[in-house]
Design a protein around this ligand. Structure first.
Ligand code: C2E
Ligand code: MG
Ligand code: MG
Ligand code: MG
Length: 284
C-alpha cells in the first residue's frame, strides 16, 4: 500500500510497520494543527528560595490538549517535534505565551522575579531563538533579565558553534541561562564555565532518595560546591517532601522546585496560588 502525503512523497507500509507508521503520521498531522487550533497550553510551577521561603521564579511547562487524547505530556511530543523541526514554531509560541502571562501577573502585582522557559537544543542550533526571544520580550514588554532560558546539558550534541553563538547573542541582550537536569548528561565541567550560565538545576533523580542514599547526597554536595564556586545559583528539582527540602538546604542548595510547593498548574490556578501564597516555612 502506497500513500501520497502532504509533501507529495510516497510512503510505503508493510503490515508490521503500518500501525506505528500510521500513528506517527497522525501525530505529525495533529501536531501541525495543534498550533493553529490553539491546543497547546502552559502550566506553571514555582521555584522557592530556601532562605526566605519566597517564590523567586516560575517555570512554564507545555502540555498539548489533543482531541480524543486528553492532556498530553511534553515528553510524548516534544522529542517528535524536535525531529521534524516543528519545535521551532512551538518554542516561539511557548516563549511568547509565557512572557505574556508573566507580564499579566506582574501587572496584577503577583509576579515573582522571573519566568523560566525550556529551550530545545534544536532551537539553539538553528539560530532561530534570538528572534523568538526578541519578539516575546517586545510583545510582552518584560525585561530580558526577567527571562530565564533552561537548556539541558545535551545541547552540546547539536551544532556546537551555532549553539554557542546563539547563547552569546542572548546573553548579550541580558537573558539568563539555567542548566536543566544537571548531572544526568555528559558535558564536561569546562562547558559549565564556557556557558557562563546563571543557575544549575540538580536533576530530580538525585533528589528522590537523598535522605537515604549517601552517594546521591555526596553528588549534590559536589554539584553545589562546583556551582557556587562558579557563581551559579543551585536549584533542586522534583522536591516532594519536607525531609528532602531539609536535606537539600543542609547541603547548600539555594532553592527548590517540586510538588512540595506545588504541582505545575494552569495559568488561572497559578494566579490564585500566587495570590494566596505565604512563604514556605521549614523547621530550623
Ligand atoms: P524539566 O524542564 O526538567 O521539567 C521538570 C519536570 O518534572 C516537569 O515534567 C514537571 O512537571 C516534573 N515535576 C516537577 N516537580 C516534580 C516533583 O516533585 N516530582 C515529580 N515526580 N515530577 C515533578 P513535564 O511537565 O512532564 O516536563 C517534562 C520535560 O519536558 C521538561 O523537563 C522539559 O525538558 C520538557 N519540556 C516541558 N515544556 C517544554 C517546552 O515548552 N519546551 C521544550 N523544548 N521542552 C519542554
Ligand atoms: Mg526545565
Ligand atoms: Mg529538569
Ligand atoms: Mg527534563
Amino acid at each position: 500500500q502506497a500513500k501520497l502525503n502532504a509533501r507529495g512523497s510516497l510512503r510505503f507500509f508493510s503490515p508490521e510497520m503500518s500501525r506505528r507508521a500510521r500513528q506517527r503520521l497522525a501525530l505529525e498531522a495533529d501536531l501541525r494543527r495543534a498550533l493553529d487550533e490553539d491546543e497547546l497550553e502552559l502550566h506553571y510551577q514555582p521555584q522557592v528560595d530556601l532562605a526566605s521561603g519566597r517564590i523567586v521564579g516560575l517555570e512554564a511547562l507545555v502540555r498539548w490538549n489533543r482531541p480524543e487524547h486528553g492532556l498530553v505530556a511534553p515528553d510524548a511530543f516534544i522529542p517528535f517535534a524536535e525531529e521534524n523541526g516543528m519545535i521551532v514554531r512551538i518554542g516561539a509560541w511557548v516563549l511568547r505565551k509565557a512572557c505574556m502571562q508573566f507580564r499579566h501577573w506582574l501587572d496584577e502585582g503577583l509576579g515573582p522575579q522571573r519566568i523560566a522557559v525550556n529551550i530545545s537544543a534544536i532551537e539553539l542550533s538553528r539560530g532561530t531563538l534570538m528572534r523568538a526571544v526578541d519578539e516575546a520580550l517586545e510583545h510582552s514588554g518584560i525585561d530580558s533579565s526577567q527571562l530565564e532560558l533552561e537548556i539541558t546539558e545535551t545541547f552540546v550534541i547539536a551544532d556546537r558553534e551555532q549553539s554557542f553563538r546563539s547563547i552569546d547573542a542572548l546573553k548579550a541582550v541580558g537573558a539568563r541561562f539555567s542548566i536543566d537536569d544537571f548531572g544526568t548528561g555528559y558535558s564536561s565541567l569546562a562547558y559549565l564555565q564556557q556557558l557562563a550560565a546563571d543557575k544549575l538545576k540538580v536533576d530530580m533523580s538525585f533528589v528522590r532518595d537523598i535522605t537515604t542514599n549517601a552517594g546521591n547526597a555526596s553528588i549534590v554536595k559536589a554539584i553545589v560546591a562546583v556551582g557556587h564556586s562558579l557563581g551559579l545559583e543551585i536549584v533542586a528539582e522534583g522536591v516532594e517532601t519536607q525531609e528532602q527540602a531539609l536535606a537539600l538546604r543542609a547541603l547548600g542548595c539555594d532553592a527548590i522546585q517540586g510538588y512540595l510547593v506545588s504541582r505545575p498548574l494552569p495559568a488561572a490556578a497559578m494566579g490564585e496560588f500566587l495570590a494566596n501564597y505565604e512563604s514556605l516555612r521549614l523547621p530550623s
